[in-house]
Design a protein around this ligand. Structure first.
Ligand SMILES: [Zn+2]
Length: 76
């Protein structure tokens, strides 16, 4: 989960410091997610929710192209 660089409130999240709900904002700085409490200023790096750097979306391309040489039959 990578947040936008713009701070956005996280609904239903309680601040671990001041225990106020819906005061937490999440934002991302250079690929690292942070959460910040607007009430007490608590700032924490969201390591737990940090997305893996490299998503395994790349499918190994096993293109089995059988090159068949075009033989032009030369009728005599
Ligand atoms: Zn707080």
């Amino acid at each position: 989960m990578v947040f936008s660089t713009q701070k956005r409130f996280i609904a239903g999240v309680t601040c671990p410091k001041c225990a106020l709900m819906d005061k937490m904002q999440a934002f991302s700085v250079e690929g690292v997610d942070y959460r910040e409490c607007v009430s007490c200023g608590f700032l924490d790096e969201m390591r737990v929710f940090s997305a893996p750097r490299e998503l395994n979306t790349r499918v190994t391309e096993t293109v089995d192209v059988q090159v068949q040489p075009v033989k032009l039959m030369d009728p005599k």
